[in-house]
Write a new protein. Structure first.
Length: 95
């Protein structure tokens, strides 16, 4: 059985943030929720110095391609449904 690797990233706009502290609260909440609910590695990967932009990325290893696709779909739904953010761009791959 071969390992399946999945990754995804979301470029986000957070319009209500007025400071980096506000942004951190939102972005770290998304990152921590992905880690705890989906059991994936998650990180803030770009736009650290921009108050209203952020990029969140996840990565994981699975034993099944169908399970990997389901996990990516659940992650996308979780990020996209957060009312505090607008998804500007998303990208995902399974290897």
């Amino acid at each position: 059985m071969a390992a399946v690797y999945g990754r995804a990233r979301w470029a986000l706009r957070i319009p209500d943030c007025r400071s980096l502290k506000d942004k951190r609260r939102v972005v770290h909440g998304l990152r921590d929720r992905a880690r705890s609910r989906l059991k994936v590695s998650a990180a803030v990967t770009d736009f650290q110095d921009d108050v209203q932009l952020a990029e969140v990325s996840i990565a994981f290893v699975s034993s099944d391609r169908t399970l990997a696709r389901s996990l990516l779909d659940r992650a996308d739904a979780m990020i996209s449904s957060d009312p505090r953010v607008y998804v500007l761009e998303t990208e995902s791959e399974i290897y």
